[in-house]
Write a protein that binds this ligand. Structure first.
Ligand SMILES: [Zn+2]
Length: 61
């Protein structure tokens, strides 16, 4: 059966069918929505930045 590809979200670690790719890393729809609505002062945003930095470091290793 043709279906969604489930991928591991780099933010929450869940396997989700829908989301976006940042570099080669997958961020699920839920986390993408969270990121958009999250205030920059909140911990979630800082966590996301940390994750993004890890990806960036991997890309430039
Ligand atoms: Zn997620």
């Amino acid at each position: 059966m043709m279906g969604h590809d489930y991928r591991n979200c780099i933010v929450c670690g869940q396997e989700e069918p829908e989301g976006i790719f940042i570099f080669d890393s997958f961020v699920c729809r839920h986390c993408e929505t969270e990121m958009i609505k999250t205030d920059t002062a909140e911990d979630k945003y800082m966590f996301f930045i940390k994750q993004m930095r890890q990806i960036w470091l991997k890309q430039n290793a």
